[in-house]
Design a protein around this ligand. Structure first.
Ligand SMILES: Cc1cc2nc3c(=O)[nH]c(=O)nc-3n(C[C@H](O)[C@H](O)[C@H](O)COP(=O)(O)OP(=O)(O)OC[C@H]3O[C@@H](n4cnc5c(N)ncnc54)[C@H](O)[C@@H]3O)c2cc1C
Length: 211
C-alpha cells in the first residue's frame, strides 16, 4: 500500500473509528457491482453520517491524491464501484434519511443512501410515490449517478426527469447546491442534468430533491 493511502486510512480511523474498515471481507463486498465478475477492492471503506463528513473525507483524499469511489447499494452492472487504483470507498448507506416531504408540491428531499423501496414505504399514505424502478433496490444516490430508468419510465420518466435539485460534495471538500424546486425556471447552466448520470466522477451527492 502506498504511504499516502496508509496516512489517509490512519487519519480516517482516528476520526471515525469503527466506521472505517480495512477487512478483506468488507473490501471484497465493495469491490464489484452486480455485473462485473472481476474483483477490484478499495484499500478501505468508510461510512459517513452526514454531508460534513463526506466533505472532510474528500478534502483529505484530495490533499493526498488518493482515489475515492462513492458506493450506494452496489447494484450497478458495469463495474461502476470497482476500485482499479485502490483508494477509499465512501459507502453512503448510512445517510438514508427522508429530510422533507412536500405533499402539496409533489416533491421530497432525501439523503442519497435511502433505497427506492424504503422511500416508497415512507411515502405510503401521503398519496405520493416515487416511480423510477430499475429492478434492483438501489439507493437514490446511485440511481441519480447512473441516471437510472426502468419498467415505469415510459409513463413517469427516468431519473433525468425526476431530479429537481442536488447537493454535491466536490473533490476539494466544498459543497455545491444546484437546481431549484421551482419547475418554471430556466436560469443558468443545467448542472442538475450534468451531474445526473455522472457516475460519481464529478462529486459525491449528499442530498437530492425528487419529484
Ligand atoms: C436486476 C437489475 C436490473 C436493472 N435494470 C435496470 C434498468 O432497467 N434500467 C436502468 O437504468 N438500470 C438498471 N439497473 C441498474 C441500476 O440502475 C443500478 O444498479 C442502480 O441505479 C445503482 O444504484 P446503487 O445504489 O446500487 O449504486 P452503486 O452500484 O453503489 O453505484 C453506482 C454508481 O453511482 C455512484 N454513486 C453511488 N452513490 C453515489 C453518490 N451518493 N454520489 C455520487 N455517486 C454515487 C457510484 O460511484 C457508481 O459509479 C439494473 C440493475 C439490476 C441489478
Amino acid at each position: 500500500m502506498k504511504p499516502a493511502v496508509e496516512e489517509v486510512i490512519r487519519t480516517l480511523q482516528d476520526r471515525y473509528a469503527d466506521r472505517v474498515s480495512v477487512s478483506n471481507a468488507v473490501r471484497e463486498q465493495h469491490a464489484r457491482g452486480e455485473g462485473l465478475a472481476t474483483s477490484l477492492p478499495p484499500d478501505a471503506v468508510v461510512w459517513p453520517l452526514d454531508k460534513h463528513e463526506v466533505c472532510a473525507i474528500l478534502a483529505l483524499c484530495n490533499a493526498h491524491r488518493v482515489p475515492v469511489i462513492a458506493f450506494g447499494a452496489g447494484s450497478s452492472l458495469e463495474g461502476h464501484v470497482s476500485a482499479p487504483f485502490g483508494g477509499i470507498c465512501i459507502d453512503m448507506s448510512r445517510m438514508n434519511a427522508v429530510v422533507q416531504v412536500n405533499a402539496e408540491d409533489s416533491d421530497c428531499v432525501v439523503q442519497p443512501g435511502i433505497t427506492r423501496e424504503d422511500l416508497n414505504a415512507y411515502l405510503k399514505g401521503t398519496g405520493l410515490f416515487f416511480p423510477v424502478d430499475p429492478g434492483a433496490n438501489a439507493t437514490i444516490g446511485g440511481m441519480v449517478s447512473t441516471r437510472a430508468s426502468g419498467t415505469t419510465t415510459i409513463r413517469y420518466g427516468s431519473m433525468a426527469h425526476n431530479v429537481q435539485c442536488l447537493e454535491v460534495a466536490m473533490a476539494d471538500g466544498s459543497l455545491l447546491r444546484v437546481g431549484s424546486r421551482a419547475r418554471k425556471s430556466s436560469a443558468g447552466y443545467d448542472l442538475v442534468h450534468l451531474l445526473t448520470g455522472s457516475e460519481g466522477t464529478l462529486g459525491v451527492i449528499t442530498e437530492i430533491t425528487l419529484r
